[in-house]
Design a protein around this ligand. Structure first.
Ligand SMILES: Nc1ncnc2c1ncn2[C@@H]1O[C@H](COP(=O)(O)OP(=O)(O)OP(=O)(O)O)[C@@H](O)[C@H]1O
Length: 656
């Protein structure tokens, strides 16, 4: 068994608090009053959303809750009257008989209250799913519309998770709190009126009981939220390590490299930190609750002392003393229900604020509607002094790249890992916008064009094509989403033939109708290379002027790779192709080869030109082609070649 390290391997040590959590922590630490601004904003969000999607049932719930509150009031006032009647003069049996009608009214009031509560709950039961659905759909609309670069920002991804999880759950819960708040609020008001009608001085002294409880609840809510923010990164770490331990993707390596103990160590570390924090928070909130209760006890003593004084001095008749006690108890009871609910709402408001924050972030990260369309079939794609830095990174991934690609050309991007090829391909495809410089199609800056119009002219084959869980036919047809059901049959046949998808599909149980996902019954998964073939077919089926292919054949076998490159060569007529690859044998026929190094273009030219230049490209090319060439000539002694040839090659041309 491996000894457990005391810092996590996953995430590289200390979990870092996301940016939004740092901002929210300031809110949680600030004064109660500042915290209330979150409540106001949360009420605004919830009310606006409920009003928009379920106006009628919301109104009904409001009316029913108000009516429930009034029934409670009636019950309180009638209870006070019963006391009056019981302690009035006269024989006891007569007093009891006189009080009977009031007792009946009390029973009616509380039964009615129960019925109204049930009806209000039912109407909220109709409202809540609609609001939840509206909130979920709205978030998915917003998140799916943000710029691609937002997903490179870990802080944003975390906000998406929290806003769509805890945020939406809190919106639902706060609707329930809203109903309770209405009925208890009415009851408090009415009970205070009842108390005030006995003696106005009783109102402030009655509140003395409730105020400390309110303070304690609000304080506990803020302690809880501050703890959530402190631990949000650790919770994420726990979730990630949990996934690493249980996911299919990591299952094989976890076993092959015997990583189970190391990953379990990380999981235990995160769990222990969360457990310790939970205990700390519980201790603090219990302390606060205790203080609140103690102060409320003092307040209750003061209230009853005040009542005693009123009775002692004769300011209040003794006959009203019982009614006053009932009204005071009813007030504090209703008030503590209000306080409890406000507290729950207060706590929920912090999480609703995450939902609001996410909406705000999404809007800020969504490209503004552009009126201009990108040229439908660009003659020249030009990058002028383009630089790009990923969010949160110090060093740019691309620096001052200038490049021109003309219609019909095949341009290959080559370079070592991390040199910026994928990033440059994404900029050419309009998926990322440059931090500085411009990407122009026929002189039109893509920055001012609608992303849809740019996408309409581009087909992308990515390094790891998306594994859409749809039927095999649809997985290809998604390349032209308007032809998912039917159409483009010749293009479809050509694309699947060239990409080598047909033999793959022939082996599937339901052929083209097989769903490509094990998450569905009868679904099937494909191998990495088979998925790549589907991705290539999808891009070919799109049949657009610009093809951007990022390592399109990295997972393909030699035969499939040859077929794809043959297809790319035949694509040339009128189409532009940007190709990212490490397999330099495939780029020899490219019209232009661009060599990137640390985000800069260091060489450019045709294969022959770059070989003559004898620079970085030639180094890479020789390194790749050398073993094959030597093996072909010296097949009998391949092992000797590697010992003798390699140092000589390195000595002649040092690689970076
Ligand atoms: N999402 C990201 N966030 C931060 N930095 C990134 C991100 N993606 C890439 N980078 C960095 O940007 C630089 C260029 O990455 P890019 O993926 O463009 O390189 P590449 O040449 O395509 O590499 P490879 O050959 O390994 O695919 C690298 O330094 C990389 O670490």
């Amino acid at each position: 068994m491996t000894s457990a390290p005391n810092t996590a391997l996953v995430g590289g040590g200390d979990p870092v608090m996301p940016t939004w959590a740092r901002v929210d922590r300031e809110v949680a630490r600030s004064s109660l009053w500042a915290g209330l601004s979150a409540v106001r904003a949360a009420v605004g969000v919830v009310v606006a959303m409920a009003w928009r999607v379920a106006r009628r049932t919301v109104l009904l719930a409001v009316v029913l809750n108000l009516a429930g509150g009034l029934a409670t009031v009636f019950g309180i006032v009638t209870s006070a009257r019963v006391i009056d009647e019981l302690i009035a003069g006269g024989p006891t049996p007569e007093r009891v008989v006189a009080a009977l009608p009031s007792v009946v009214w009390i029973a009616v009031a509380y039964s009615l209250r129960a019925l109204l509560d049930a009806a209000a709950t039912a109407s909220l039961g109709v409202t809540i799913p609609r609001v939840r659905q509206a909130a979920q759909v709205e978030l998915h609309e917003l998140v799916s519309g943000v710029r691609l670069v937002a997903f490179e920002d870990a802080s944003f991804r975390e906000l998406v998770e929290q806003g769509s999880g805890a945020g939406i759950r809190s919106i639902e819960a706060s609707l329930r709190y809203g109903g309770t708040l209405l009925s208890s609020g009415v009851a408090v008001l009415a009970a205070l009126v009842a108390v005030g009608s006995l003696d106005p001085w009783l109102v402030p002294v009655t509140l003395l009981v409730a105020v400390p409880a309110a303070w304690a609840s609000a304080k506990a809510a803020r302690i809880g939220y501050a703890s959530f923010l402190r631990m949000v990164a650790t919770q994420r770490l726990q979730a990630i390590t949990g996934r690493l331990l249980t996911d299919r993707e990591t299952a094989a390596e976890l076993r092959a490299f015997t990583l189970r103990e190391a990953m379990l160590g990380d999981y235990r570390l995160a769990s222990a930190a969360l457990g310790a924090e939970a205990v700390r928070t519980e201790t603090r909130t219990t302390g606060v609750a205790l203080a609140g209760r103690a102060l409320a006890g003092v307040g209750a003593g003061a209230a009853y002392l005040a009542l005693g004084l009123l009775l002692y001095t004769g300011r209040m008749p003794l006959a009203l003393g019982g009614a006053a006690v009932i009204a005071m108890r009813a007030t504090t009871g209703a008030f503590s229900s209000v306080v409890h609910t406000v507290n729950q709402f207060y706590e929920a408001s912090f999480y609703i604020d995450l939902y609001r924050g996410l909406r705000r972030e999404c809007r800020e990260r969504t490209p503004p509607p552009a009126v201009r369309h990108a040229p439908a079939d660009p003659e020249v794609i030009r990058l002028d002094g383009v630089s790009f830095t990923y969010p949160g990174q110090e060093h740019p991934a691309l620096r001052e790249v200038t490049l021109e690609i003309r219609r019909g050309q095949v341009v290959a991007l080559v370079g070592e890992n991390g040199s910026g090829k994928t990033t440059l391909a994404k900029l050419v495809a309009g998926l990322h916008a440059p931090g500085s410089g411009a990407v122009r199609w026929d002189g039109v800056d893509l920055a001012g064009c609608s992303p849809e119009s740019v996408a309409a002219a581009v087909a992308v084959v990515s390094q790891h094509p998306a594994r859409w869980p749809v039927s095999a036919a649809t997985a290809v047809r998604l390349g032209r989403v308007e032809q998912v059901a039917t159409g483009g049959d010749a293009a479809f046949a050509h694309a699947v033939e060239v990409a080598g998808v047909r033999p793959v599909v022939e082996r599937l149980p339901a052929g083209w109708d097989t769903v490509l996902s094990r998450e569905f019954e009868h679904g099937r998964d494909l191998s990495g290379g088979e998925w790549q073939r589907v991705g290539i077919a999808r891009a070919l089926f799109r049949d657009v002027p610009v093809l951007v292919a990022d390592e399109p054949t990295a997972a393909l076998d030699a035969r499939a790779e040859a077929a794809v490159y043959e297809a790319l060569r035949t694509l040339r007529d009128g189409r532009t192709c940007l190709l990212v690859t490490h397999r330099l044998a495939n780029v020899r026929q490219a019209d232009l080869i661009v060599v990137l190094h640390h985000g800069e273009v260091v060489e450019r030219g045709t294969h022959e030109e770059l070989m003559r230049l004898g620079g970085r490209y030639r180094d890479l090319y020789d390194l790749q082609s050398g073993p094959y060439a030597e093996l072909a000539f010296r097949r009998p002694r391949p092992w000797r070649w590697s010992r003798e040839r390699e140092p000589a090659a390195r000595a002649g041309r040092p690689t970076s």
